[in-house]
Design a protein around this ligand. Structure first.
Ligand SMILES: Nc1ncnc2c1ncn2[C@@H]1O[C@H](COP(=O)(O)OP(=O)(O)OP(=O)(O)O)[C@@H](O)[C@H]1O
Ligand SMILES: [Mg+2]
Length: 509
């Protein structure tokens, strides 16, 4: 696969030459053939063209400031928050320090604070990094490591992430060079160690990433994209020179993450092999929860898991995130910054309905979400599932408030039915009173029958009442009554019953 693709993609120089030949053949001397591209912009490491730092970035955040900010949003990941806030704040402060002190010596073999995050799904890994990128003011892109191994065409995709950073930075290459690249499912590019089959390409992916994570130059223009090459040629027509824009990855922070199932076994095994007295006994090690195990991870475990030594070496900051328990999930719902609740509120506000949640309801939602084993993502799916029919039917009413109760969470269908029945009956009663000055009530049996009718005829309960009792508006007025109860008999046979009522009344006179 690799070979086929490579043999089909000409290199950038070939393309440049072919485009030049084509233009020259067609227009002769009237065109300027693009010269050999020259690199423009800063060259990191090159002391002569010393960089400046993009003014937009908040380089000066202190670890405690960043931590405080993250704690406003993120529930229950104190250790991860502390490590990330500290290491990432230092990463940016240090870049500033080194840029502003151009006379200091560059530290050879220095490794920046790229991050490896270990943790189950939906516990805040991506969320944390996005928040950090936003607070610091750097562009952020997210990619999936499995994409690279699937195609086997490694280099291209990884480079695309770097190019996407420029896009995120609205074309500002300099700003992009300080961005954050987030790579999910990194555990999927670990090889199983037997050295054949897909493992070979997985190590290949690791090696490709390795180069970017350290320092590489990525062409802004996709080399095998003819359109961008033509564009370059046209640009050359206008300006007489070609700018070859490159992005240097030296200062880009790479954050990788994965669930790493199976890694705890490796850690346990290592701990077990240590001399007794030096570490826990077998049984203790077995009893320690996976979460605690992840906290004891060492480079050698990651290497046993299937990462190249050099790859692990480029990820000096390792943090593990905890699974969220019911209390944690509840806290997320209670948090004033919780997008789950704020998002749902906004969905309903779009229809003019203000929804509120009882505390008991939130706790029950947290319990149900916990059973989904998808972390905080479970909250969104539980709330969505629970309120779907409400979201569908309430916009038909002019209700402007809904209190979500625990009962609603337990029995959404039944409770919605209650809300709607109540609303439509009341609405009919109000209309009837206004039109005829008669208070109308319904027996429970009558309401049940009207509901089935509404259901069968795909009408609202109010419409069914209005149609069924149309003659009563005039009839009851004739009788000069000021209140009237609708029972099952009337629903079954409205006309006959009304006639009877009127006949009886006139007989009495
Ligand atoms: N600890 C947390 N505190 C507050 N909100 C959280 C927390 N964890 C997750 N969330 C909420 O859940 C959403 C999904 O979480 P996130 O994208 O961070 O999951 P993840 O850990 O990256 O999972 P995955 O491995 O599936 O990508 C977040 O956008 C956020 O709204
Ligand atoms: Mg994620």
């Amino acid at each position: 696969m690799n070979h086929i693709l490579n043999s089909k993609s000409p290199n950038p120089e070939d393309i440049r030459r072919d485009v030049s030949d084509f233009l020259r053949n067609k227009y002769g001397d009237r065109v300027i053939v693009p010269p050999e591209p020259e690199r423009v912009g800063n060259t990191p490491g090159d002391k002569k063209s010393k960089e400046t730092i993009p003014p937009r970035i908040n380089f000066d955040l202190k670890p405690t400031e960043l931590e405080l900010y993250l704690q406003e949003y993120v529930v229950g990941q104190d250790e991860a928050v502390e490590i990330l806030a500290t290491k990432i704040a230092t990463h940016f402060n240090r870049m500033k320090y080194e840029t502003q002190n151009s006379d200091i010596e560059e530290l050879e073999g220095n490794i920046k604070s790229n991050v490896l995050m270990i943790g189950p799904t939906g516990v805040g890994k991506t969320y944390l990094i996005k928040l950090i990128a936003k607070k610091i003011g750097v562009p952020f892109v997210k990619g999936d490591a499995t994409k690279f191994s699937e195609t086997g065409y490694v280099g291209g995709d990884v480079d695309d992430l770097v190019r996407n950073l420029v896009h995120e930075a609205d074309g500002d290459i300099h700003l992009a060079e300080y961005g954050i690249i987030y790579l999910d499912e990194i555990d999927k590019i670990a090889s199983s160690g037997n050295g054949v089959g897909p493992d070979v390409s997985r190590s290949g992916v690791q090696r490709n990433l390795l180069k970017l994570m350290e320092e590489a130059e990525v062409d802004l223009k996709v080399p095998h994209d003819l359109a961008s090459q033509m564009e370059a040629a046209m640009e050359a027509q206008r300006t007489g020179k070609v700018e070859r824009k490159k992005i240097n990855t030296k200062n880009i922070l790479f954050v990788t993450s994965g669930a790493f199932s199976g890694l705890t076994d490796i850690i346990r095994k290592r701990l077990n092999q240590q001399p007794i007295g030096f570490t826990n006994l077998d049984s203790d090690v077995l009893r320690v929860a996976d979460e605690e195990m992840f906290k004891r991870v060492r480079s050698e475990d990651l290497i046993s898991f299937g990462f190249e030594t050099e790859f692990v070496g480029r990820l000096p900051v390792v943090v593990s995130l905890n699974a969220l328990d019911i209390e944690g999930l509840y806290q997320i719902l209670k948090s004033p910054k919780s997008t789950v609740i704020l998002g749902k509120k906004r969905d309903f506000l779009a229809y003019g309905i203000d929804i509120e949640f009882e505390d008991d309801a939130l706790w029950r939602i947290a319990e149900l979400a916990f059973e989904e084993h998808t972390g905080a993502r479970g909250l969104t799916s539980v709330v969505d599932r629970l309120l779907l029919k409400f979201e569908k039917y309430l916009p038909d009413t002019d209700l402007n408030h809904l209190l979500v109760t625990r009962e609603m969470v337990e029995h959404p269908k039944r409770e919605l039915d209650k809300v709607l029945t109540n609303y439509y009956i009341k609405s009919f009663q109000k209309g009837f009173l206004v039109r005829n000055n008669i208070v109308i009530t319904f027996t429970e049996g009558a309401i049940e029958m009207l509901k089935s009718k509404a259901h069968a005829e795909h009408k609202t309960l109010e419409k069914v009442c209005t149609e069924l009792l149309a003659d009563y508006e005039y009839g009851l007025k004739l009788l000069n009554w000021d209140e009237f109860t609708v029972d099952e008999d009337i629903v079954r046979n409205p006309k006959a019953r009304l006639e009877e009522l009127i006949k009886k009344a006139y007989e009495k006179k």
